[in-house]
Write a protein that binds this ligand. Structure first.
Ligand code: TYD
Ligand code: MG
Length: 456
């Protein structure tokens, strides 16, 4: 490896300078110069790579050995599902989420399970002392001698330790607290976060050890570094949940080894996170009875169907520009449905304030929920409740048509399981069904028809 020096590089145009400048002379943006470590192009060997370079010539795809990518489940089912079946050797997973949401708890619990099976696990924390971790572990009922905890923030020392111990899994909590001795900037800065991550990644990739990195990230990525991180790691998971709500949802936003559609549902209890195996039950648990503005739909989350309640409140507006507040859904989808209701179904709600929310703090981003939004809005507007045992799903088009969605059969099965008696769905979806259902199925072609079926 060649001599190491540092430079200040503009993050938007790539201009480099030997000293820091407030404004980039290249692109004239402010505050874009960040200290970076440079490698002088030395000798013939390439600079550090993230993947293990073990052969000097290309090889036929059919000869590549994939057996090393087999899955190693942690034993925490909901977590493994989101990972795509378990940990992958040399796979690097970034777990992001707001502070206090439960990232450390989740990883400690999962690692407790891995260690319990006799695997050596290294849990490095830059935030908590070994005693604090021990206290948390006691609360979670974890006591395994093969779970090693260590408070350390110098990245070079951590990689040395990994090489020495060769654990079967490593957790670093959190990447913002670490620093590399090669840079003079403070921990948490973009360049440190990137440098530290690159160091850790190249170490675990060559040793084929799974690595979990905790990152303090908000969804808009407002904190320094994390966006850069997302490109460097194999998998990015977000741990989500609303404050005041004990349910936590883990979802993948990037996964080189699996689907990004899967979600894992947990409940934060006083002895750690409890896995929620049947999320529909909890999302429907507190459904108000006989009240207007509530409709249930079946949303596909990865490989499984989750039933969720859509709530709507429509009230005459006294503002020039009526209010639109949407929680848990795409606001433009709701705006579009509002316009369709007004123009195609004679439900004049555009001059009303509209509030729509998905109960239980979950986010659904699937066209299939459209029909339930229609039902909830119309129900509240007309002040007529939707029957409690009725479920709806289907996509709504701008012409007011109701379109079929994928996996209708699976959605109906889940509805049956939770005691629903009637499903309202697109007529096209019914035609595609292969087996009969215990639910009464009512096919509709248009939004107007759906409203007639519901409230006619
Ligand atoms: P933590 O894992 O420290 O969050 P993060 O690492 O994402 O910052 O979780 C902290 C919160 O979880 C804290 O508010 C207390 C709560 N908690 C419980 O409710 N039950 C428990 O068993 C544990 C360990 C934590
Ligand atoms: Mg933490």
């Amino acid at each position: 490896m060649g001599k190491v020096k540092t430079e200040y590089v503009c993050q938007s145009c790539g201009y480099s300078s030997v000293k820091w400048l407030g404004r980039c002379p290249g692109c004239e943006n402010w505050n874009t110069l960040v200290e970076e470590r440079m490698y002088e192009p030395a000798t013939s060997s390439p600079a550090r790579t993230f993947i293990d370079v073990d052969s000097s010539s290309p090889s036929p795809l059919t000869d590549v050995d994939t057996s090393i990518q087999s899955r190693h489940p942690t034993g925490m089912e909901e977590f493994d599902r989101v990972l795509g079946g378990g940990m992958v050797r040399g796979g690097v997973v970034l777990v992001g989420g707001d502070p206090g949401i439960g990232k450390s708890t989740l990883l400690l619990q999962a690692m407790g399970k891995v260690a319990k099976r006799g695997n050596l696990v290294l849990y490095v924390s830059g935030e908590e002392s070994a005693r604090q971790i021990k206290m948390r572990a006691e609360r979670l009922g974890i006591d395994s001698p093969s779970l090693l905890v260590w408070t350390e923030i110098l990245a070079e020392r951590i990689t040395e330790k990994i090489k020495e111990l060769l654990p079967s899994c490593v957790v670093v909590d959190s990447v913002q607290t670490l620093y590399s001795g090669a840079l003079s900037s403070s921990p948490g800065s973009v360049s440190q976060v990137r440098e530290v991550t690159a160091l850790l990644i190249s170490t675990v990739k060559s040793l084929e050890i799974p690595l979990f990195l905790v990152g303090h990230v908000t969804k808009d990525g407002s904190i320094a570094g994390p966006r850069v991180l997302e490109h460097m790691v194999d998998t990015v998971l977000y741990f989500d949940g609303s404050s005041g709500n004990t349910y936590r949802i883990l979802r993948a936003v990037k996964n080189r080894y699996g689907s990004v559609m899967e979600i894992g549902v947990f409940e934060m209890a006083d002895r750690g996170l409890r896995e929620v195996k049947n999320p529909s039950e909890i999302f429907l648990a507190e459904r108000p009875e006989g009240s207007s503005g509530s409709a249930v739909t079946a949303s596909l989350e990865g490989t499984r169907v989750v039933l969720v309640e859509i709530q709507a409140l429509v009230s005459p507006s006294y503002l020039g520009m009526p209010r639109r507040t949407v929680v848990g859904l795409d606001p433009s989808r709701v705006a579009l449905i509002g316009a369709v209701l007004e123009k195609k179904a004679g439900i004049r709600i555009l001059n009303h304030d509209i509030f729509v929310k998905v109960a239980g703090g979950i986010r659904v981003d699937e066209p299939a929920v459209d029909l339930a939004v229609v039902a909830a809005l119309a129900s509240n507007f007309l002040d007529r409740p939707v029957d409690e045992d009725t479920l709806l799903f289907g996509e709504v088009g701008l012409a007011g048509e109701v379109r079929g969605v994928t996996r209708a059969e699976q959605r109906i099965k889940e509805a049956e399981k939770l005691g629903f008696k009637r499903c309202i769905l697109a007529e096209d979806s019914i035609k595609a069904l292969s087996s009969p259902s215990r639910c009464t199925l009512e096919g509709v072609k248009t939004v107007k028809e759906a409203i007639d079926v519901l409230f006619g």
